[in-house]
Design a protein around this ligand. Structure first.
Ligand code: CP
Length: 314
C-alpha cells in the first residue's frame, strides 16, 4: 500500500502508486457494497461535513452515502441557508465547522485552490470535491477505476477527452491520472477550448473530431462549462454539435469496443446523442455507481486506513 496523505487536494501531486492504492481500495469497497450488510465501522465516531458552495448532484450525494457506509456522521452545509450570505469568510466558516468537531471537510468551491487554502488553516482532513477549473480528483479516480474495471488496464489505452477542456477541472484531473498510469491521452474540441498548451501535460491535441475518436478505446465527453466562460468561445451550440457532437454516424466509425464516458451532467443532443447516452456502449451510470466505492476509499485512506485487506473486516 502506498498512501500517507492527510488530505486529497489534487491528482497532480499523487504518484502512480498512490492512485493505484485508491483504485485497489475502492475495489474492496465495491465488494463490500455488494454484500447484504453494506456498512463497515471504519469511520465510527467521526464527523464529515459536505461544504458545497457550488451545486452538485453526483459528488455531494455519493460522498454523503460513502460517509454513511463507513458509519460516520455526515452534515450537509447549504451555502444559501448559511452565514455565507451574511459575509462570513470561507476560513471562518471552516474554523467554526472544526469547532463543532468536523473531522473531514469535503469542499466544492468556484475558486481554484480553495481546498489547498483550507488545508493550511484548519486541522481537519480536506477533500477536494472540485475547485474552479483546477481539479476534481475524485472524478478522475472514479473514471480511471471504471476504465480499469472495463478494460482490465490503463497502460497503453487510447483515451480521448472531448469538449470544453479549457474550463474543465475533470479534464485536468483525468489528464494527470491517465498519463501517470501510462494511457495515451488525446484532447479534442474547438481551438478556443483546447489550446495547444495542453500538450505540455503530455497529451496530444487535435481539433479534428474524426481523427480524435478513430483509434480511441475510451471517449470521455465533457459538457460546455457556460458558468465558467467569460466570453463566447464558439459561434453557437448548433455549430459545436455539428463539429464535435458524438452522433451515431460518428460512433459507427470508432473501434467496435470503444466505450463512452461522461462525468455528468450531460446535455443530451449537444455533446452526446441521447440514444448513445442510454446505450450499452455508455458507462455514464456505472461511473456514478463506482463513485461511491471510490469516495469510501478516499475517506478511508485519508483517515489512515490499513489498506484493502483491512476493508474486508466489517
Ligand atoms: N460529475 C460531477 O461532479 O457531477 P456533480 O456536479 O453533479 O457533482
Amino acid at each position: 500500500m502506498s498512501w500517507h496523505r492527510k488530505h486529497l487536494l489534487d491528482i497532480e501531486s499523487l504518484s502512480a502508486g498512490e492512485i493505484v492504492t485508491v483504485l485497489d481500495t475502492a475495489r474492496a469497497f465495491k465488494a463490500v457494497g455488494e454484500r447484504a450488510i453494506k456498512k463497515v465501522p471504519a469511520l465510527r465516531g467521526k464527523t464529515v461535513v459536505n461544504l458545497f458552495i457550488e451545486p452538485s448532484t453526483r459528488t455531494r450525494i455519493s460522498f454523503e452515502l460513502a460517509a454513511q457506509r463507513l458509519t460516520a456522521d455526515i452534515v450537509n452545509f447549504s451555502a444559501d441557508a448559511s452565514s455565507f450570505k451574511k459575509g462570513e469568510t470561507l476560513k471562518d466558516t471552516a474554523r467554526n465547522l472544526e469547532a463543532l468537531n468536523a473531522d473531514f471537510i469535503i469542499i466544492r468551491h468556484s475558486a481554484s485552490g480553495a481546498p489547498h487554502f483550507l488545508s493550511r488553516v484548519v486541522n481537519a482532513h480536506i477533500i477536494n470535491a472540485g475547485d474552479g477549473a483546477h481539479e476534481h480528483p475524485t472524478q478522475a479516480l472514479l473514471d480511471t477505476f471504471t476504465i480499469r474495471e472495463k478494460k482490465g488496464r490503463i497502460e497503453g489505452l487510447n483515451v480521448t477527452i472531448l469538449g470544453d477542456i479549457l474550463y474543465s477541472r475533470v479534464a485536468r484531473s483525468n489528464i494527470w491520472a491517465l498519463t501517470k498510469l501510462g494511457a495515451n491521452v488525446t484532447l479534442c474540441g474547438p481551438s478556443t477550448l483546447v489550446p495547444k498548451t495542453f500538450e505540455q501535460m503530455g497529451c496530444r491535441v487535435t481539433h479534428n473530431m474524426e481523427e480524435a475518436i478513430e483509434h480511441a478505446d475510451i471517449i470521455n465527453l465533457l459538457r460546455i462549462q457556460h458558468e465558467r466562460q467569460r466570453q463566447t468561445m464558439f459561434p453557437s451550440i448548433g455549430e459545436y454539435t455539428t463539429l464535435f457532437g458524438l452522433t451515431k454516424a460518428r460512433l459507427a466509425r470508432t473501434k467496435p469496443d470503444a466505450l463512452i464516458m461522461h462525468p455528468g451532467p450531460i446535455n443530451r443532443g449537444v455533446e452526446i446523442d441521447s440514444d448513445i447516452a442510454d446505450s450499452g456502449r455508455s458507462l455514464i451510470l456505472e461511473q456514478v455507481t463506482n463513485g461511491l466505492a471510490v469516495r469510501m476509499a478516499v475517506l478511508f485512506l485519508v483517515n489512515g486506513g490499513p489498506g484493502p485487506q483491512g476493508v474486508a473486516v466489517g
